[in-house]
Design a binder for this molecule. Structure first.
Ligand code: COA
Length: 440
């Protein structure tokens, strides 16, 4: 039997039988995507870890405002000005312990992280080098699940045990993604295999640059900008898909590895952490098809993308739009400034202008197509992929770096769920008859 031919015939039927007509969602006021009719998220819990603001209510109407991002009471612009070095480690400490570390607390914390950066004996050979994956996020997810069997008490729900599991994961994510990337280059791209041991005393950003480069060389500016990128991606409230995934999975009482593995799976999606990669692909597609310095051609092409007639035909302009931010995403504002500095230094202002024009024209197009009130802003991913490219960071690592930045947040959202809410998360679905002839 020709399975492919069979699949072609049955897949249309599978799609038809599982599709639910839009009218039911409207009729029964089902909150698709857990969203209210004005686009705001349905409130499902409390969090003290972070806060994301994108609008306010004026006379009962949702009104766009400039975006604000707060980690544990500290606004992101203030946070990035508050340390000279080890910014990411300070941010992780802030997320886990609710306050910025004093000098001796940071030194101790760095020493603890350094003690766990190397993988357990034989883990690299057995898990990372064997059965290589073309996708580093997939390798990361599998490695997290495999770490379960290297833990003496993996299912414990004691907070000290969960904290230790969390700190080990935070310390090891850079090593796993760097080795996963090296294995991918070796097996799939025929390159030599380089596995540099993580170094003590240099922190996360420098360790990543040290481990992903064959010559393990990097500049101070590169390390500083990577540190900034990690800080900007470290936390985003409880409602973003991967944090919420962590809450949902943790509410079952399952282990840390299952919860964090699930969060990685969520982040891999192109509508979430995978978007930075899609932005770079979209920009390459634009450059291949039009004279991108011509604003008329660029606008026409963006409209084609929106109308599913160009690029991947999904109708999305990647790097634009956000579920909470309306007028601006503060992370994109900070990164845009850095991108301009770097682009100038690397003589890449042409491409920087292209990103800025995508931002400007998408805003114009949204107003023209959806009305003057339509508000769309550049999100962090519009500029993060470009900055990674200017830093010479391979695109396979864009989303894994996001995961590395976000793992402390997932771990602490898990702890928040476990200590604050003992109920298993269990929403309801209305059941329709299979032929949509009515409800049960
Ligand atoms: N391209 C095309 N259309 C977009 C869009 C984009 N980048 N962002 C939003 N829209 C559309 C939505 O599809 C929706 O259309 P509809 O009213 O016809 O259903 C409308 O604009 C309003 O969307 P909104 O509710 O503000 O956003 P959302 O919460 O539905 O989507 C994202 C948020 C992030 C999923 C969405 O903006 C997106 O897919 N962006 C591209 C991927 C991306 O950059 N992700 C990174 C996020 S940090």
């Amino acid at each position: 039997m020709d399975v492919n031919k069979w699949l072609k015939t049955v897949s249309g039927e599978v799609e038809r039988v599982n599709k639910i007509s839009k009218e039911y969602y409207n009729k029964y006021d089902i909150k698709q995507g857990l969203r209210n009719s004005d686009g705001t998220g349905v409130v499902v819990g409390f969090t003290k870890i972070g806060s994301v603001h994108g609008s306010k209510y004026v006379n009962g109407k949702k009104t766009p405002v400039d975006g604000k991002l707060i980690y544990r009471n500290i606004e992101i612009n203030d946070l990035i000005k508050s340390f000279k070095e080890f910014g990411f480690e300070c941010t992780v400490y802030l997320l886990l312990f609710g306050k910025l570390p004093l000098k001796n607390e940071l030194d101790n914390f760095n020493e603890i992280l350094d003690g766990y950066r190397r993988m357990p004996p034989a883990f690299t050979e057995n898990m990372i080098l064997k059965s290589p994956s073309n996708n580093v996020m997939n390798k990361l997810q599998r490695s997290i699940l495999a770490l379960y069997s290297y833990d003496q008490d993996p299912d414990s729900l004691e907070i000290d045990k969960i904290l230790l599991q969390s700190i080990k994961l935070i310390a090891r994510f850079p090593t796993i993604i760097s080795y996963g990337y090296q294995a991918k280059c070796h097996y799939f791209d025929n390159q030599s295999l380089y596995l540099h041991n993580p170094k003590k005393g240099i922190g996360t950003a420098k360790n990543i640059l040290h481990m992903i480069r064959a010559d393990n060389l990097y500049t101070a500016l590169e390390a500083d900008i990577l540190d900034l990128l990690l800080i900007l991606h470290a936390e985003h409230g409880g409602g973003n898909n991967s944090a919420f995934t962590t809450h949902v999975v943790s509410s079952t009482g399952t282990d840390t590895y299952s919860a964090i593995g699930a969060a990685v799976g969520s982040l891999k999606g192109p509508k979430h952490g995978g978007a930075n990669l899609k932005v770079v692909e979209m920009v390459n597609d634009i450059k291949a098809h039009i004279d991108y310095t011509d604003m008329v051609q660029l606008k026409d092409y963006l409209i084609k993308i929106l109308k599913k007639k160009a690029f991947n035909r999904k109708g999305l302009i990647y790097g634009m739009g956000h579920a909470v931010y309306t007028k601006s995403d503060p992370r994109a504002v900070i990164l845009k400034e850095k991108a301009a500095e770097l682009a100038k230094e690397k003589n890449q202002m042409d491409e920087f202008d292209l990103y800025c024009n995508i931002e400007k024209l998408t805003k114009d197009i949204f107003k023209e197509l959806k009305g003057e009130d339509a508000e769309i802003c550049a999100n962090v991913d519009l500029y993060s992929g470009f900055v990674y490219k200017l830093l010479n960071i391979p695109k396979e690592l864009y989303t894994p770096l996001f995961a590395t930045a976000r793992v402390a947040s997932w771990c602490v959202h898990r702890i928040e769920q476990l200590v604050s809410d003992e109920k298993i998360i269990r929403p309801a679905y209305k059941s329709l008859k299979n032929d949509e002839s009515g409800m049960y």
